[in-house]
Design a protein. Structure first.
Length: 208
């Protein structure tokens, strides 16, 4: 699994030094139920740096739910942020590309990133990531054939786009193995096994 390095002073990081922040709740996230799978697993395996899914249920919230900065999804995000101490606590945000079988347009992806910047302080680092990908030969039926891999590809493209990549980098891949019982319904992480696998991968990215 590809990952970023960890370290830095408590409560700092998430900037151009490439290091994630280390304070509790200092990495926010957006996404869909796949993001909740990560947040749930991360809490279960002892992670505290990234948000967890407590009172933050983002199920079915695909890219189009995050393009309008005034959407109900962003209102949910703001309530979660206030519950953990407000905007100044958040030093980085993981923005997950989630899709249904109808994929997002490049403009919708750009609008999602733009909206994310409006909900955090200037200079807050964005880690762009796709949905979890799977072992060879397995597809998530919700995202359509090749959809999960497409989200990962688009995350890498966005991170390389010089017109939008200010304080933004590609996080890496979250990976689930359907053959190992880490997937419950063809798409989502099984509970607790698959969620814990994603949680451990989040710890590899952000630390505990």
């Amino acid at each position: 699994m590809s990952s970023t390095s960890t370290g830095g002073d408590p409560g700092t990081g998430g900037g151009d030094d490439g290091l994630p922040p280390t304070g509790d709740n200092s990495v926010a996230y957006t996404g869909c139920s796949m993001a909740n799978n990560i947040g749930t697993g991360y809490k279960r395996v002892g992670g505290k740096i990234m948000w967890n899914a407590d009172n933050y249920q983002t199920g079915a919230m695909v890219v189009q739910n995050w393009t309008n900065p005034n959407s109900s999804s962003w209102q949910l995000f703001d309530r979660k942020m206030e519950s953990i101490g407000g905007k100044d606590v958040v030093k980085a945000i993981m923005v997950q590309i989630c899709i249904l079988s109808q994929r997002a347009t490049d403009q919708e992806l750009r609008d999602m990133v733009k909206a994310a910047r409006q909900h955090v302080n200037p200079g807050t680092h964005i880690y762009i990531v796709g949905q979890p990908v799977y072992n060879a030969g397995h597809d998530c039926f919700i995202a359509g054939a090749g959809g999960a891999d497409w989200t990962d590809m688009k995350a890498q493209e966005l991170a390389k786009d010089s017109t939008i990549n200010e304080n933004m980098s590609y996080l890496g891949k979250f990976i689930l193995d359907n053959d190992a019982g880490e997937v419950s319904d063809g798409c989502h992480a099984s509970s607790p096994k698959g969620e814990n696998v994603l949680g451990e991968q989040a710890k590899a990215f952000f630390g505990g």
